[in-house]
Design a protein around this ligand. Structure first.
Ligand code: NAD
Length: 353
């Protein structure tokens, strides 16, 4: 049994589906169901006893302690976070509350639980903290990619809150010996991503004939990884990562935002041409840049490749094609999110077990 936090979000839900398919091991999924949590992502597990969903906050220490003692997990995979940079600019408070205070509360309860385990379980236990490459700040055009020893230099309230949580996890290993692992991953894309993020936003706006907003000059560079490859990397780090270490995860896929948008548009032109037969790229509209917008992120993933033998299975070209096709096949999922219907669906279909 493992305990996953934030398992109703984009990456967490992909992870739970991937984990149960790959290992068959049961998962307790603790998620607050903020606007970003959507149990419809896990509809395939609705009647599966290997997925135990509990709606709750990682800051609720009584609940966390109860879940740990009731289910005796052998590992925690910590995804729960506020994750959208733009939201962190408009309202950083929730980011501090969940990403920093929530991680601290979780670490405290996990430490108390772990300390009481028998020697063998204690040695085998793992706390895996899922983090982002944004903690390293911004690269210049000719800088080498981020490695695990790159100095932290977060620039947004989101990345600062994630950096703080990474430091807490590190400190709990060094101070208390908690068996932690941290992963810092590049931008993910794939099924079930909330439509405020770049790739689903572009797909949906294009299909609705709306402008495709691109910040600034569109030349900001991100390193993109298909979410299924991220899930496999987390499994590899959990199974073989060295305690107290951090692992960078990335797909060696640096793309400008403009490249990404043009690629999505070209795939849509092919799979679902616009009714007016204009190329979707004609909808591209440049908008005022995000304040403090990091220019470039790039990940050096050689450590995880060398130590754990992980490699991404998807290239950007194969992964993005799958992703666009998934959204076209699952417009009902998108419409339910946009209309908020999934919340009613959740009430009707799910009970806390
Ligand atoms: P998401 O916003 O889609 O999902 C976050 C989930 O956490 C939601 O289900 C939400 O309900 C839940 N949650 C939020 N606050 C909570 C709280 N206080 N208690 C319990 N649950 C809570 O995020 P995501 O994109 O799936 O990212 C998951 C993790 O991966 C985050 O920690 C993020 O920093 C990290 N990450 C994301 C990316 C990316 O590209 N999306 C890249 C690298 C790392």
């Amino acid at each position: 049994m493992i305990l996953v936090t934030g398992g109703a979000g984009f990456i967490g839900s992909n992870f739970i589906l991937d984990w149960i398919a790959a290992t068959g091991e049961a998962v307790v999924n603790l998620d607050k169901l903020t606007y970003a949590g959507n149990l419809e992502n896990l509809a395939n597990l609705k009647d599966d006893p290997r997925h135990i969903f509990v709606q709750g906050d990682i800051n609720d220490r009584v609940l966390v302690a109860k879940l740990l003692s009731q289910h005796q997990p052998r590992a925690i995979i910590h995804f729960a976070a506020e994750s959208h940079v733009d939201r962190s600019i408009h309202g950083p408070g929730e980011f501090i509350q969940t990403n920093i205070n929530g991680t601290f509360s979780l670490l405290e309860e996990v430490r108390a639980y772990w300390q009481e385990l028998q020697a063998e379980e204690k040695a085998a236990f793992r706390f895996l903290h899922v983090s982002t490459d944004e903690v390293y700040g911004s690269l210049g055009a000719n800088d080498p990619p981020f490695t695990e020893t790159t100095a932290y230099a977060p620039n947004s309230p989101y990345s600062a809150s994630k950096a703080a949580s990474d430091h807490l996890v590190r400190a709990y290993h060094h101070t208390y010996g908690l068996p932690t692992l941290t992963t810092n991953c590049s931008n993910n894309y794939g099924a079930f991503q909330f439509p405020e993020k770049l790739i689903p936003l572009i797909i949906l706006n294009a299909l609705n004939g709306k402008p495709l907003p691109i910040y600034g000059d569109g030349m900001n560079v991100r390193d993109w990884l298909y979410v299924g490859d991220h899930c496999a990397a987390i499994r590899a780090v959990l199974a073989g990562g060295r305690l107290g270490e951090t692992y960078n995860i990335g797909g060696w896929n640096e793309k400008t935002n403009l490249d990404v948008v043009n690629t999505v548009c070209a795939i849509l032109d092919e799979l679902k041409p616009a009714a007016n037969s204009k190329p979707y790229a004609s909808l591209i509209t440049y908008v005022k840049d995000r304040p403090g917008h990091d220019r470039r992120y790039a990940i050096d993933a050689r450590k995880i490749e060398r130590e754990l033998g992980w490699k991404p299975l998807e290239t950007f070209e194969t992964g993005i094609r799958k992703t666009v096709a998934w959204y076209l096949d699952n417009m009902g999922w998108v419409e339910n999110i946009v209309s908020g219907e999934y919340q009613q669906w959740m009430k009707a279909n799910y009970q806390n077990r």
